[in-house]
Design a protein around this ligand. Structure first.
Ligand code: UT7
Length: 327
């Protein structure tokens, strides 16, 4: 079957209270509101406060999604947290979130960088199709991993979390999916130290290798090419045309990337959800946060056909079609 009979029963988000504008950043960085807006479309982003870890953001979004679905924690069979910024290298963050909900269900993390939510949706919808009620959360605290003095990175990222509850439902449509990766040049977007190849130590922590590094121009070109090709792949697999897409909800890294993908697909820009202006790049959280925005703007109705498409470090990418059936 091309599409799975799985529905989004509930959708929730959490954004930390602290809003950091471009002008705020320009106070200590050699940058400007004008540069950031014209190059990225970002006007502001949220920063978690020092007491908040990824699981705190994830838990708030998870609770909101369950409330939205009219379900309680006891209804959840599996909890997945898509994140590239876990609370700790070990263990995964999902069990902490599960414990916060009072659950002892299967709980695991999924790291596909900024593509994590779309990857998570594929995994979660398979489990849901098999009968599970799945809570999928995309949650990130990327501002912890950026060098605050590196203007090429610090202006891009924001913190946040978004969550969906999935369950099998007759007549619902999720898919097809197209996922891919290319690990031949991981340094295009990475954090070098802190893993098994190059562990953290206090000396290394003072070094740029313990902060996110990115070759922005290369990532930009790959993002546009991969998101466009992956979107075409799911449309082709479904036997559909871009005219069948009511709304594209792409990974929110850069407004110019979203506009370029829409243009290449032949999708009018007004059918492209934009949330990057207020969120910055929240990695795995960006698509569910954009979905919450889209719904608040009245753009999600039962039957709305969505194209989700993402791209991130790894490199990873993924796309899927989804007919909105949720609230
Ligand atoms: O989430 C995963 C996927 N990530 C992405 O999709 C990000 C992809 N990349 C991008 O969005 C863009 O490449 C960036 C927004 C990161 C950079 O935009 P760009 O138009 O590619 O700029 P650039 O890197 O080519 O830099 C142009 C100039 C440089 O100065 P010179 O060398 O021309 O003198 C930079 O030093 O802009 C300078 N620059 C800045 N100037 C003011 C870089 N960052 C800043 C800044 N403020 N914040």
């Amino acid at each position: 079957m091309i599409a799975r009979a799985v529905a989004v029963l509930g959708l929730g988000a959490y954004l930390p209270d602290r809003v950091v504008t471009n002008d705020d950043l320009a106070q200590h960085l050699d940058t400007s509101d004008e540069w950031i807006r014209t190059r990225t479309g970002i006007r502001e982003r949220h920063h978690a406060d020092a007491s908040q870890a990824t699981s705190d953001l994830a838990l708030a979004a998870a609770r909101a999604a369950l409330d939205d679905a009219g379900l309680g924690p006891a209804d959840v069979d599996v909890l997945i947290v898509a994140t590239t910024t876990p609370d700790h290298p070990v263990p995964a963050t999902a069990p902490t979130v599960a414990a916060g909900l009072g659950l002892e269900v299967a709980a695991f993390d999924l790291n596909a960088a900024c593509s994590g939510f779309v990857y998570g949706l594929d995994v979660a919808s398979r489990l849901a199709e098999a009968g599970a009620t799945v809570l999928l959360v995309g949650a990130e605290t990327l501002t912890r991993y950026v060098d605050p003095d590196d203007r090429s990175i610090a202006v891009l990222f924001g913190d946040g979390a978004g969550a969906v509850v999935l369950r099998a439902q007759e007549g619902a449509e999720m898919g097809p999916f197209d996922l891919g990766s290319d690990g031949t040049d991981i340094s295009m977007l990475w954090m070098r130290a802190g893993g098994s190849r190059e562990p953290f130590d206090p000396v290394a922590h003072a070094d740029p290798s313990s902060r996110i590094g990115m070759r922005g121009g290369d990532v930009y070109r790959h993002a546009v090419a991969r998101m466009t090709a992956s979107s075409r792949a799911v449309l082709d697999a479904a036997g559909r045309d871009v005219a069948d897409v009511d709304l594209m909800v792409g990974h929110q890294a850069n407004l110019r990337i979203l506009a370029a993908v829409a243009e290449r697909l032949g999708l009018p820009e007004e059918r492209c959800q934009v949330s990057v202006d207020r969120h910055g790049n929240t990695s795995a959280a960006s698509i569910p946060l954009a979905l919450v925005d889209a719904r608040a703007q009245g753009r999600l109705e039962p039957g709305t056909r969505l194209l989700l498409t993402a791209f991130g470090g790894g490199l990873t990418w993924g796309s899927c079609l989804l007919t909105w059936g949720g609230r």
